[in-house]
Ligand binder design. Sequence first.
Ligand code: AHG
Ligand code: MN
Ligand code: MN
Length: 340
Amino acid sequence: MSQSNLITMDEFTIRETRKFPQATGDLSALLRDIGLAGKIINNQVRRAGLVDILGKHGATNVQGEEQMKLDIFANDTLIKILKNSTECAGIASEENDEHLSYEDTFSLNSKYVVLFDPLDGSSNIDVNAPIGTIFAIYRRVSELGKSCTEADFLQPGNRLMAAGYVIFGSSTMLVYATRLGVNGFTLEPSIGEFCLSHPNMKCPENGKIYSLNQGNSIKFSDGMQSYLNYCMESNKEEGRPFSHRYIGSMVADMHRTLLKGGIFMYPADKSNVNGKLRLQYECNPMAFILEAAGGKAVSGSQNILDITPTELHQRVPIFIGSKKMVDKVMEYVKEHEPVS
Ligand code: AHG
Ligand code: MN
Ligand code: MN
């Protein structure tokens, strides 16, 4: 595509907003600011190895996980950019114990709050594998003009206004979803703009790839173990076993699942009864994106998006991807242990 034919993300978002005469453009501005943070984080990620940003930071986060230097950099970048944004009342981050309310006049009067996993796939930073940033945008439920409250961050995913991710892979892409659909934008480094490259993304209804940390399988339920056997057998859908792919960065595994179909799972196991992944920073935004693209996401007993969070850093088991594959794994799980 010639550079003069490119549609930038900002232009695209403004055009989408125009479909709603009552829209104020605040959401477009917020997405632009998140895109800016994505570009700044991208600059650091692309220099990893040359500047002193690889390795551990030396601290642990609220969840007891070791923080990497890039986790901290990405977190600080998002917090500062969103503070300067006129459209964000406050944030909650995987790396912060509590939510943060921005107290300047613009922020206090902003409609939106943002939740994020600033750097997803931390363990992949030092080995140059894809990593990402995940974000979720809600309309606040607290009173305009006042500080935002924890209730703003404990809304179920079905109230999301938008959600997305930036993937730092072989190229850098920003993918975001609203109720209008899912669109992907590739960073054109020479002009520093995210440009529309993947319009109207749809997750195939069925797929041939299963993705999970199979090293945990000894601790899985009987239902999960029999589903894994089904994936590894020569099954009737494929005439051969499904392929297994697992990068260990949810963003990267989900990006493949969105484009090619398949299923990504992080189930509960005997030692982690709620799985590992976080509802508000990882599962809800990804579930919103996949559902907007025609896919499905469940925790086992219910749709991910219907869960009302009770705490900020809550974890939840997840099965997400092509609709038919999600339905299939649920058949196996429910056959062995009926869930409510
Ligand atoms: P984070 O780097 O934000 O802590 O997230 C890591 C998550 C997720 O990206 C990935 O799917 C999963 O943890 C990998 O976990 P295992 O190493 O247990 O497979
Ligand atoms: Mn993560
Ligand atoms: Mn993270």
